[in-house]
Design a protein around this ligand. Structure first.
Ligand code: 0A1
Ligand code: ZN
Length: 856
């Protein structure tokens, strides 16, 4: 073994090395004296030894230790040691009985640009502790299986001082908070600043009144109402659907501009990226509204799935995340248009998780090793984790699911759990054996499910074969337990056999349907009942039939998507596309019995990245320019073929009256914009221009701007938009992103370079950095331009951001995860760029783990 590998290996954490913490920590008292340069944190921890003669290790990073004492006695220098990662008190200095350890440390929130631990954003103090940020606040056993009751005092020069739990005392510049629920340190939060609350109340199912506050910067208070109402709907839904009641008298949400992720479920004090709280018709799109509601729900639902029942260690992250995403998805399905939400979720899953599963970053939903846990807040842990919960529900049924969840809450409330605990409640409540099913958690990769159909003498047979390609560290794959929901349709469109769940457990397996006088058309994997890649030899005519007739809305949409995908794959190889898609789509778009939102989805062409993946899956090397040209050509064809119908839709779908983010009007706007998007190719940008000038809400304004950008007719519009919104950080993020994502690929990199010179490109703010970089990487043919300028530009900025904010830099490096799909010249440039990042002096653990995995 080389020295290098040993060095890296010493930071690898492994699931099988888990050991319980040798001390019980019952209570912790934290006293903060806030100061931007020198915040003092006094921590008093009541420990009881669980094992004899154990040393006490506390995690701690970048802390300035002022004093340490045990049961009131100052510890001597030879009784403990500090290192870059923590503080160890030797066993000989520890009593066998319970004891209190008190430490005082100093930290500097003002210079904390990594936004982990205690930091400052626009003069406000704020914390982010998940996953391992608490160790940057004080010495502590910073691991989720150590759960303690927190009592916090805050002294500081700020009108609002917040922490978890209930407020027990308050005076000028001082506040005291007690959280009665034991919690791991990652759920700790503190906020202090000049904030203003938008408030309300919620009465729980047992009649308790909970005070609700959304804390924002002055000037933002009129953009909180939607989030507040979404919170109330979430609280109500969790009571009705899961029987879960809120457990404190107050629930606070704080919006912060500088935040590494979307939001954080700290107990009783959720902290949100302001992007996912603030909404007004003029500044937020329909999609923003829906997402805000979903994230508010997600963080609130964590109170039970994450906080009351937490994770034993970070390998179990998808225990809380998969389940909570599943819960927020169901909430949105219940409160908006269920089938449309399901389709949106699958589009996302394929775009992000399937892509991850096929590349060098593939990992199981429950990984068994990592170097930096922050790199595992992924689509696999979140979205695939949610799909696994959905499959469990399909397997045990509606009632079985509720029974399992009731048992989960009853058995594990107050505990730090594992995936094994989770599966056990399903086994115990349903009597089923889930040992094979567990592979969904432990094995990486998306199974390919091949199916062939046979019909003879009234018997219809489906023969399935499953195969999962090797993924990093897992060369051999075992068959999974796959629930496949299938329905059969008569040629006249009637349901022949209603949906039935086939349970596949073997590598090859067949299922028969009897007494069928005619060969049926099978609708397979209804509702996307398992996260697999279905391969089926199906005639375009049958797909067109399913698109027109399937009673399962997901598969109806899926048939259209497949037709489009086939057409695009053919065109990207210079072949002619079959006309079926255009014809079938023509019928659907004028079908007024279908929801506008559903029709809008059907009009959305597969993404260029998706087409590239599809070509790669067929053993071909994707050419980004050819893919872009194919997609443009298909869009133009559709516009020409259906010009009259699209124009009619465009006019009919105008929504009169005041703006509402409700699914009805939002769906109409989506359909209208989808029609405009196609027509934009042939109307010389006329509609886009008119819409841009007349728009009264951000959905239309941004939609129209994006079309103008795409048509290359954007100069005035971009300038006008910038002028109007330059003072609004959230809207300006959209301005940066949209013009890069939508512009002609040949100008994307140059434009990105210019935009980095814009004084509004405050690159240390994660939202702004992400807007620009994700805009560029979202422009498939632009980012993957042959000359490699996109790759070099992107790598340069990751190198620049890394010392400032390693988490965001590492996360953004996933733009490179598909590099091995492309030709040798492109690969050579990417390799070079990745090697350059990886050779950078002082590179963070976050980004160096990512580049090593990307290069492997
Ligand atoms: N638990 C949060 C996500 C989150 C994770 C890490 C963070 O900082 C590194 C912040 C938020 C959620 O699922 O919403
Ligand atoms: Zn979450």
């Amino acid at each position: 073994m080389t020295a290098d590998v040993t060095a890296l290996d010493s930071v690898t954490k492994r699931l099988d090395e888990y050991r319980p913490y040798p001390f019980e920590l019952e209570t912790v008292r934290l006293d903060f004296r806030l100061d931007p340069k020198q915040t003092e944190v006094r921590a008093r921890m009541a420990f009881s030894p669980k094992l004899p003669a154990a040393t006490l290790h506390l995690d701690g990073e970048e802390l300035d230790l002022v004093s340490i004492s045990l049961d009131g006695r100052r510890l001597l220098r030879d009784e403990y040691k500090t290192s870059a990662t923590g503080l160890t008190i030797f066993a000989a200095s520890l009593p066998e009985q319970p004891f209190t350890l008190e430490t005082v440390v100093r930290i500097a929130p003002e210079t904390n640009t990594a936004l982990e631990g205690l930091y400052m954003s626009n003069g406000m103090y704020c914390t982010q502790c998940e996953a391992e940020g608490f160790r940057k606040i004080t010495y502590y056993p910073d691991r989720p299986d150590v759960m303690a009751k927190f009592h916090v005092t805050i002294t500081g020069d700020a009108p609002v001082l917040l922490s978890n739990g209930d407020l027990v005392a308050q005076e000028n510049g001082y506040a005291e908070w007690i959280d009665p629920w034991p919690k791991p340190a990652y759920l700790f939060a503190l906020v202090a600043g000049d904030l203003i609350a938008h408030s309300g109340t919620f009465t729980t199912m047992s009649g308790r009144e909970v005070a609700l506050n959304i804390w924002v910067r002055k000037g933002d208070e009129d953009r909180c109402e939607f989030a507040l109402e979404a919170l109330k709907r979430s609280m109500q839904w969790d009571e009705e659907v899961y029987g879960r009641e809120y457990d404190l008298d107050i629930f606070n949400i704080v919006a912060v501009d500088d935040f590494n992720m979307g939001a954080m479920e700290n107990k009783g004090l959720n902290i949100f990226n302001s992007k996912w709280v603030l909404a007004s018709p003029e500044t937020a799109t329909d999609a923003d509204y829906e997402r805000i509601e979903g994230i508010i729900a997600h963080e609130y639902f964590h109170n039970w799935t994450g906080n009351r029942i937490t994770c034993r260690d970070w390998f179990q992250l998808c225990l809380k995340e998969g389940l909570t995403v599943y819960r927020d998805q169901c909430f949105t399905r219940d409160t908006r248009l269920g089938p449309v939400k399901r389709i949106d979720d699958v589009i996302m899953l394929r775009a992000r998780q399937f892509r991850e599963d096929r590349g060098p970053l593939a990992h199981p939903p429950r990984p068994d090793h990592y170097k930096e846990i922050n790199n595992f807040y992924t689509a696999t842990v979140y979205e695939k984790g949610a799909e696994i919960v959905g499959m469990l529900r399909t397997l045990v049924g509606e009632t079985g699911y509720r029974q399992a969840l009731d048992l989960y809450f009853e058995r594990h409330d107050g505990q730090a759990c594992t995936i094994e605990d989770w599966l056990k409640v399903f086994e115990d409540s349903s009597g089923r054996d889930l040992s094979q099913f567990k592979r969904w958690y432990t094995d990486a990769g998306t199974p390919v499910l091949r199916v062939s159909e046979h019909y003879k003498d009234g018997v219809f047979t489906l023969r399935f074969e499953q195969e999962t390609k090797p993924t990093p560290g897992q060369p051999q794959k075992r068959p999974r337990h796959i629930p496949i929901t299938v329905g059969l349709l008569c040629p006249d469109g009637d349901e022949r056999a209603p949906s039935r769940v086939l349970e596949m457990t073997e590598a090859k397996q067949e299922f028969t349907f009897e007494d069928l006088p005619q060969r049926p058309v099978a609708s397979i994997l209804r509702g996307f009942s398992a996260p697999v890649s279905l391969e089926r030899n199906i005639a375009p005519g049958e797909l067109a039939f399913l698109l027109a007739e399937d009673t399962d809305p997901f598969n109806r949409w899926e048939a259209g998507r497949q037709l489009a995908q086939e057409a695009l794959v053919a065109m990207a190889q210079g072949k002619a596309a079959q006309p079926d898609y255009a014809v079938a789509l023509g019928k659907l778009i004028t079908d007024e019995s279908a929801e506008p939102a559903f029709r809008a989805l059907c009009l959305r062409l597969p993404s260029e990245d998706g087409i590239a993946q599809s070509l790669h899956d067929r053993g071909l090397t994707p050419d980004p320019d050819a893919i872009h040209a194919a997609r443009e050509a298909l869009a133009t064809d559709l516009a020409r073929n259906h010009e009259a119908a699209l124009a009619e839709i465009y006019d009919a779908m105008a929504v009169p009256g005041p703006y509402s983010p409700d699914p009805g009007p939002a769906g109409q706007r989506a359909l209208r914009l989808a029609a405009a998007g196609l027509l934009n190719r042939i109307d010389g940008g006329q509609r886009a221009q008119a819409l841009f000038e007349s728009a009264t809400n951000m959905t239309e304004s941004l939609g129209a701007l994006s079309l103008l950008v795409q048509a290359g007719a954007d100069e005035d519009a971009l300038a006008a938009f910038r002028e109007r919104w330059k003072g609004d950080r959230l809207v300006m993020d959209k301005w940066f992103m949209t013009q890069l994502a939508a512009c002609p690929p040949e100008i994307a990199v140059e434009r990105a370079e210019e935009l980095t010179e814009d004084p509004l490109f405050t690159w240390k703010t994660p939202n702004r950095f992400r807007a620009l970089m994700a805009g560029l990487s979202g422009n498939h043919a632009g980012f993957h331009g042959k000359d490699g300028a996109g790759y070099r530009f992107y790598a340069d900025w990751l190198i620049r951001l890394d010392p400032v904010n390693p988490q965001v830099a590492a996360r953004m490096s996933t733009a490179f995860e598909t590099w091995k799909r492309y030709d040798a010249e492109r690969q050579a440039i990417v390799r070079n760029a990745l090697e350059r990042i990886s050779a950078t002096q002082g590179l963070s653990r976050d980004l160096s783990e990512m580049t090593a995995r990307l290069l492997a």
